[in-house]
Every structure is written in structure tokens, then in C-alpha cells.
Design a protein around this ligand. Structure first.
Ligand code: BV8
Length: 235
């Protein structure tokens, strides 16, 4: 197995890596935002205004998780982590396909569908049945509301200190299946490039940040990611 000459690899994934598993992206044809206005379901104000609608939006997406499987793109990234221990996957996705594929060095910077959070204590709970506007925590007395453990627009993404530390010292940055429209994730390539990392974009199409990359691999993630991983670690 050829040893990858990169020792510190940061991978940023977006909805495009889960598309071939059957999870809708946000901005492609028939994407999630077409059936829901962003402002109506993915902001704290939306949750204040109509928590039943927001809970329903996330219940719908959470219900998909047991019906979908990781694809060859997710599985290839898990192989890369085994071959190059200095690999970190940062995902904007809130599905559980990376962990189910076997990735361990993983940061869900926009939260996770499978978890709910106490609005007061911040404690996390695994979601076992659909949430409603009446769902309550078991960590407070009296109990407080549970919200989806999702980072909404205007909220602070998770793990940013670990993320910026990794970006500052990686020698390879790979973005997979992201349109580069949402910040601060869309700016990660600039952080990596500014300290000399080699930057590769894998996407079915052009993105808003394609011009920031040294190399582009146009095609579906389930084909292009295994190809790149094979070049990096021989299998
Ligand atoms: C923050 C969870 C401060 C929700 C998400 C004005 C007012 C208020 C805020 C802002 C503003 N202007 C800018 C902002 C900041 C804002 C922002 O960027 N807004 C955008 C819309 C302009 N960002 C925030 O509010 C963030 N917080 O800024 O806090 C701060 C700032 C700096 C430092 C610290 C703190 C919080 C953003 C998080 C929002 N939550 N998700 C949910 O999932 O319901 S974002 C949401 O979009 C998802 O996470 C999704 O992953 C993400 C990005 O979308 P993509 O993943 O890129 O998916 P998309 O559909 O767009 O693209 C799919 C791509 O895949 C395409 O390129 C397509 O070609 C490709 N593709 C498709 N199929 C395939 C494929 N590629 C390969 N193979 C295939 N088969």
C-alpha cells in the first residue's frame, strides 16, 4: 500500500456526499429548501415562532436515517482515516452516515439529527421518537423544552476551535459535495490554502468556491472519493 505523503488531511463534506445515499441536498433540484423557506425552519426565530413546524421538519428528515445507507464516498473516507491517522472529517451534514461508515475523527459542525438538546442546560439526548413542541428534557426540574441539536442560521457552529486548529496545520484539504454558500464552512479552504495546504474540490458541479482550489474532480462523490482515496493510500 503506497504511503500517502500527506500526514495531516482535513476533509469538509456537505450534502453532496449524502445525495447518492438518497438524502436530499439543500440547493439542488428538489432540494430541501424548495419545500420549506429557510427562514421558516432553520433559524432560532423560526423555533420561537412555530416550534411545531420546525420539529416536524426535523422529524421528517430524522425518519429517513434508518432507510438510507452510507455510500462508497463515506466508506472511502473511513478507509482514509485508517491509513492516515491524521485525517479529520468536518461535516456540515446532520445525518449519521459518516459514523455508520466507520469514520471516528469526525466533527458535526452543524449538529446531528439523531440528537436533541435541552434549551436550558444544553444537555444532549438521543432522539428515540418524533419530537413535538411539547417534548421535554429529563435533566431539569421543572423540565424544559427539547430542541433539535442542529446549528441554525445565526447560531455558532460547533467545534470551531478544533476546526481552525486543524486547518492551520493540515497539508491537504479536500472539500466534497458542498456548494460553498454557507459560512464559516465556505471559508475553510482559504484558511488551509493560506498556510500552504494543497486543496482539492470534489463536486458534481462548480461551486461558489471552486476558484479557491488547486485541483477539481468533477463527478459523483461515490466514484471520485474512492478514486482519490486509492491514490492517497493505495486502497
Ligand atoms: C454563523 C443545519 C457566526 C440546518 C445548516 C446574513 C444574516 C445572518 C447570517 C448570515 C448572513 N450572511 C451570512 C451569514 C452567515 C450564515 C450564512 O452563511 N448564510 C448563508 C446562507 C449566506 N451562516 C451562519 O449563520 C452560521 N453561523 O455564521 O455564526 C459565526 C461566524 C463565523 C465564525 C463563527 C461564528 C451557521 C450556518 C449553519 C446553518 N445550518 N445546517 C439543517 O441542516 O437543517 S447549513 C446547511 O447548508 C446544511 O448544513 C448544509 O450542509 C449546508 C451547506 O449546504 P451544502 O452542504 O453545501 O449543500 P448544498 O445543497 O448547498 O450543495 C450540495 C452540493 O453538492 C452542490 O455543490 C452540488 O453540486 C453537490 N452535489 C450534489 N450531488 C452530488 C454532489 N457532489 C458530489 N456528488 C454528488 N452526487
Amino acid at each position: 500500500m503506497s504511503k500517502s505523503h500527506y500526514s495531516s488531511i482535513v476533509v469538509l463534506t456537505g450534502a453532496g456526499i449524502s445525495a447518492e445515499s438518497g438524502i436530499k441536498t439543500f440547493r439542488d433540484q428538489g432540494g430541501l429548501w424548495e419545500s420549506h423557506r429557510l427562514e421558516d425552519v432553520a433559524t432560532p426565530e423560526a423555533f420561537q415562532r412555530d416550534s411545531a413546524l420546525v420539529q416536524r421538519f426535523y422529524n421528517e428528515r430524522r425518519a429517513q436515517l434508518p432507510l438510507v445507507e452510507p455510500n462508497d464516498g463515506h466508506l472511502a473516507l473511513a478507509r482514509l482515516e485508517k491509513a492516515v491517522p491524521g485525517t479529520l472529517v468536518i461535516t456540515q451534514n446532520v445525518d449519521d452516515l459518516h459514523e455508520r461508515a466507520g469514520s471516528h475523527h469526525l466533527i458535526h459542525m452543524h449538529g446531528e439529527l439523531s440528537k436533541a438538546r435541552c434549551v436550558k442546560s444544553g444537555q444532549l439526548f438521543r432522539v428515540k421518537e418524533p419530537l413535538s413542541e411539547h417534548s421535554l428534557c429529563t435533566c431539569c426540574v421543572p423540565a424544559n423544552l427539547l430542541r433539535p441539536h442542529i446549528v441554525w442560521f445565526g447560531e455558532m457552529p460547533l467545534g470551531l476551535d478544533r476546526i481552525f486548529h486543524a486547518l492551520a496545520q493540515c497539508d491537504l484539504f479536500i472539500a466534497i459535495g458542498t456548494s460553498g454558500q454557507v459560512y464559516p464552512a465556505a471559508g475553510f479552504v482559504d484558511e488551509a490554502a493560506s498556510q500552504g495546504a494543497y486543496c482539492i474540490e470534489i463536486n458534481a458541479d462548480n461551486s461558489h468556491i471552486s476558484d479557491r482550489f488547486d485541483e477539481h474532480r468533477r463527478g459523483p462523490a461515490s466514484i471520485e472519493v474512492p478514486k482519490l482515496v486509492k491514490e492517497l493510500c493505495g486502497h
